[in-house]
Design a protein around this ligand. Structure first.
Ligand code: ADP
Ligand code: MG
Length: 699
């Protein structure tokens, strides 16, 4: 990288030096570009400063600007604290208290200084107090808070503060950098994209995000920088798709004896059109000569497993092996059993690899996997351990893929030579997001449920209607069906008074003495869970008291009613998944959400969504709106790159523009050879790919 200013090491910058450079690198800031992208956490101006005398309630997070009257370490009977008394311009007084980092904070909180404090207001004794606020010195060398000024405040923290990296210091260092070297910053978006999408110039945006002249300018700067983030992601996705398309994959030949037998003789039903279409696409992928990397999404109960099984049979028909990965042992065992039922009649051998097996069983299976005696292995995380080697892995299926981390999926792929990957998910996501969420995966969606399914009837009942719920459950049992009762926690706990599975178990045993009641939860051994599930499946147990261990995959056609206690405790997508455990046969099924009526309107509205619809897409859209992507997909599991500014729930318009711009650039010049794209190319190759390719490669 020939002398690009963005790559410069920070150590020699004025105001940085080796010890600050070291601390900065711990927060991910190592070069000039990182520093410019170390964005302010918040901004301070006249309008955002609260008057102490007007703060009405505690619990609010506010910023006050006040002068330190005194600051001293207090050693009472409790642990020592630093307590400062401060007064703002409207003659309001407040205490500021710290319990940690006393020595360096005391050096920074000096009587006479004017400081902005941001934090939650509490009462300590009877004094209005802030504990451990963010703070930032404003006078003397720092900016004055005057009309029209907006001051950037940077993410702080003890480590940064301990080497003097206060907000003020960041402002000084970044100001120097922009003032002296700003004209050396390379242009990182092609000129025509900038003008077509009416984006602020990149250099201006970097100045304005740190030193905004107005709120409007700040908004434009943010918009430009969010666009960059999203645009880069789109480009990385396209880039890695193209790279994968060039990889050699396993080309399946057209052997399909057992496959045909399975479809026409073994399966007791005909595939839905959605299943047939999905299968055809998968077949095309697997005979293309390039590795498949496909997401199969579809609502709970739409029959994804059968599709995966058929694809696995195709691999075996062509003398290869397949793997099927499930997120928990209970599920792996259940899938193992259903795969056995499907595959034994066509003469395909299946093995199970999970954590709790004896050493002997385990070694035996490992040997058979590596020799190729086992055609298809079903397993949990145990599948991607080092000791597992395949003879000829052609297809890896990952069920409930959102339960696995990005690296875990990748390490399964590493068990073969570019094997085909089929990821399955029952959390449908709004189309607007699929490109951003699933990166470079190809997508197939099954939209219909098998024929003959009745729509599950869902009712939201308040606690006062408990007896009505019990009557409904007992009526189903009387008709010979089975029930799930789901609780948010396993046992009684001191910190909450939620109903729990263990006491629910006792209560239901009392309630329906002529039926057998079973209990299953995550704290049980997997052999115990397996036994209970077996009893429920074989109808020896009619009522299953459970926690969310039953959330995915459990398949029992005679279960026609599910009660979810404290439904308000669960996410919408989770409720939808849980509810998917009933309505799996042709009988009318019911789901009862028990909730306390003392809830926020928002919380009630969420439950009404579940009551109103069984369409997973609609639910995930609503969930996304109400709770944000992090909750919908879980933070770790989503595999999303971390954006500094952009939000995939709030910046949908920018996502769309960025997607469009990336497509245009791609169509024009995907190898980035045109002269007007050289500056972008250099930035993309030197900075963007390095940071994001890991994300896109493994999806
Ligand atoms: P999911 O997509 O939630 O993983 P499954 O593959 O577990 O769904 O299928 C749900 C149930 O529907 C299973 O009992 C399966 O045997 C049944 N099923 C799958 N496909 C069909 C079909 N085409 N017709 C009828 N039943 C089907
Ligand atoms: Mg499934």
């Amino acid at each position: 990288m020939e002398n690009n200013i963005f790559a410069e090491n920070l150590q020699f910058y004025k105001g940085v030096g080796p010890s600050r450079a070291e601390v900065l690198s711990q927060v991910g800031v190592t070069n000039c570009l990182d520093l410019l992208h170390y964005f302010p956490r918040r901004y301070l101006d006249h309008s955002s400063v609260a008057r102490i005398v007007e703060i009405a309630s505690t619990g609010e997070t506010v910023t006050v600007v006040a002068t330190v009257l005194r600051a001293e370490i207090v050693r009472g009977r409790n642990r020592p604290r630093l307590e400062a008394r401060v007064r703002d311009a409207w003659n309001g007084h407040m205490s500021i208290v710290w319990f940690k980092g006393l020595s360096w904070i005391q050096k920074a909180i000096i009587p006479g200084h004017q400081i902005a404090f941001t934090g939650e207001v509490t009462r300590y004794g009877n004094k209005m107090t802030m504990v451990h606020p963010d703070f930032d010195r404003l006078d003397e060398g720092g900016p004055q808070l005057s009309t029209g000024r907006i001051i950037a405040l940077y993410p702080g923290g003890a480590r940064l503060q301990s080497v003097g990296l206060s907000s003020k210091m960041f402002r000084v260092i970044i100001f120097q950098l922009i003032k002296n070297r700003g004209l050396e910053f390379p242009h990182i978006l092609p000129e025509w994209i900038q003008s077509k999408y009416q984006l602020m110039d990149g250099r201006v945006a970097l100045r304005a995000i740190h030193f905004p002249k107005s709120h409007q300018e700040l908004e434009l700067a943010k918009r430009r920088l969010k666009f960059e983030e999203l645009f880069f992601l789109q480009m990385v996705i396209r880039y890695s798709r193209k790279k994968r398309a060039k990889l050699q994959g396993i080309r399946l030949a057209n052997q399909r004896t057992r496959y045909e037998k399975f479809i026409h003789e073994v399966l007791p039903f005909e595939l839905t059109q959605g299943q047939k279409d999905a299968l055809q696409t998968i077949e095309e992928d697997m005979s293309s000569g390039h590795p498949m990397y496909r997401m199969l999404q579809g609502d709970v109960g739409c029959g994804k497993t059968v599709v995966a099984v058929a694809a696995l049979i195709l691999a075996v028909d062509n003398q290869f092996q397949g793997a099927f990965m499930a997120p928990t042992e209970v599920l792996a065992e259940q899938q193992y059993n259903s795969l056995m039922n499907y595959l034994a009649p066509v003469g395909i051998s299946v093995g199970l690899l999970i954590g709790g097996q004896t050493k002997r069983t385990r070694e035996d299976i490992l040997r058979k996997i590596s020799s190729g005696t086992i055609d298809i292995v079903v397993g949990t995380h145990a599948l991607f351990q080092k000791q597992v080697t395949f003879n000829q892995l052609a297809l890896a299926v990952v069920d409930e893929q959102h339960r696995f981390g990005v690296e875990q999926r990748a390490s399964l792929a590493a068990k073969g030579k570019n094997p085909h990957m089929l990821l399955m998910s029952a959390t449908p996501i709004p189309r607007s997001l699929s490109m951003t969420m699933y990166g470079d995966l190809s997508m197939t969606t099954i939209r219909e449920l098998p024929k003959g399914r009745k729509r599950i009837i869902t009712r939201l009942l308040w606690e006062t209607k408990r007896s009505q719920m019990e009557a409904m459950v007992i009526e189903q049992l009387r008709q010979g069906y089975q029930a799930y009762i789901v609780y948010p926690q396993v046992e009684e706990s001191e910190t909450s008074d939620l109903k729990n599975a263990e006491s629910g178990y006792k209560a239901w045993k009392q309630l329906c003495q002529q039926y057998r009641v079973g209990l299953i939860h995550g704290k049980m051994k997997s052999s115990e869970k397996e036994e209970i599930m077996g009893q429920f499946k074989s109808k020896k147990v009619q009522v299953l008291i459970a926690t969310t261990v039953i959330e995915v995959g459990v398949d029992t056609a005679d279960a026609t009613i599910m009660v979810i206690e404290h439904a308000e405790r669960f996410g919408l997508s989770q409720l939808h998944q849980l509810r998917g455990r009933v309505g799996r046969g042709s009988h009318q099924s019911y789901c009862i959400l028990m909730a306390d009526w003392r809830q926020s309107a928002e919380s009630k509205e969420r439950l009404r969504v579940i009551e109103r619809t069984t369409d997973g897409f609609e639910i995930s859209e609503a969930d996304l709106k109400i709770r944000g992507a992090g909750d919908l997909f879980g933070t770790r599991q989503s595999g999303l790159p971390e954006f500094k500014l952009a939000s995939i729930t709030e910046d949908l318009d920018i996502i769309e523009y960025a997607q469009q711009a990336a497509s245009e650039l791609w169509d024009k010049d995907q190898d980035l050879e045109l002269p007007e794209h050289q500056s972008f190319r250099s930035h993309f190759e030197n900075f963007v790919l390095k940071r994001m390719e890991g994300y896109a490669r493994t999806g």
